[in-house]
Design a protein around this ligand. Sequence first.
Ligand code: FAD
Length: 420
Amino acid sequence: MTAAAFHDVLIVGAGHAGAQAAIALRQRGFDGSVALLGDEPWLPYERPPLSKEYLSGDKPFERMLLRPAAFWDARGIDVLLGRSVVAVDPAGHRVTTADGARVDYGTLIWATGGAPRRLTCAGHDLLGVHAVRTRADVDRLIAELPAAQRIVVIGGGYIGLEAAAVLTRLGKHVTLLEAQDRVLARVAGEPLSRFYEAEHRARGVDLRTGVAVSCIEGHDGAATGVRLADGEVLACQMVIVGIGIVPAVEPLLRAGAVGSNGVTVDACCRTSLPDVFAIGDCAAHANRFADGAEIRLESVQNANDQATTVAKYLTGSVEPYDAVPWFWSNQYDLKLQTVGLSAGHDETVLRGDPAEHSFSLIYLKAGRVVALDCVNRARDYVQGRALVAEGARVDPALLSDPAVALKELTDRRSTASTQP
Ligand code: FAD
């Protein structure tokens, strides 16, 4: 029997979080052995363009690599691609891959993201039904695009809306179906949902809310339509499903880690297993910006910042994760930047004019600023961050006045608080 390979730090999952953990460890002078093991066949790449510039053909894959190929070698980071971890032995500090190989670790960083949630109805596995999570998903979808004129997108979250925007621009007839009574219901306030619904409709998307899918119809193994609960059948040649992800934590939970929707981590991203950390989309953590509730954040910001938290911890600097959440989404010529978490807000303030495609929606909870959604309004986004970070109490009339820069409100507050 051959001996198992050993790495001081083994990172499972070579996406945003995993790659950043390896990068940050080296940046901080960690000189032990580091391996980055992932089940996709490609070097770590940016995922956000998959539903944006990569889908539209405006960004080649080479420009999505998080680092050039030579980087990993130069930093002494072993990148092991096309390998999936199926079991973790926490007592033995060992993982097993699907091909039966064993890899031993001193510290394990679990950074596996999630798998797209699948429909469970009949027809969910027909040809022509696609997810948008990996390069392989999108390459398959792009290969079928020439033969698809009518496309149904299921799910009105950011990924579904971004895909709908690109495909509409490519001249496709797109129908977008959302089960709830508005798009983006999980992540944004109603005014933002209504704005995006109107923008998509104005560009020709047949956007329907409050609709339930009954099944995907097919012929000869390929999707031909989507049947709704009311019996209507929407004929199409392609279905795109964007209904969220299931965190990829099964091997860790089987090994005894605490968690359910993701693996539970503490403020330093430690799981309940010894020497096992978890970061990124799969890590359920208590977040200050969610009033301390245990949540998973699915964003590049969270992936990178949690990776840095772990790299710091492993290099002797214990700094609990406390980053302000931020996110972006590009649809048509609308650049949305969001900062903070709006869930649980009890008041919204509109700043700017949606009709001019430049506005911010500011969310307050018990009088404090908790989040901003800024559409084509980068300055508000940059300046509003400090208000979110400190949970500032600001007069809504001032927030809504575009003549008053948000920075001024922060400055005024700090001046006031330093007055004797
Ligand atoms: P991932 O990047 O998903 O990486 C996890 C890796 O682990 C994957 O390669 C996976 O295949 C691999 N893996 C899983 N299980 C195993 C296993 N058992 N063994 C080995 N490898 C495994 N965020 C934003 O902030 N802004 C955006 O505009 C935005 N747009 C997005 C658009 C799309 C289409 C998608 C899919 C996501 C988008 N996101 C966006 C979210 C962002 O990409 C994720 O939050 C981020 O990629 C999370 O990083 P991660 O490392 O946790 O997971």
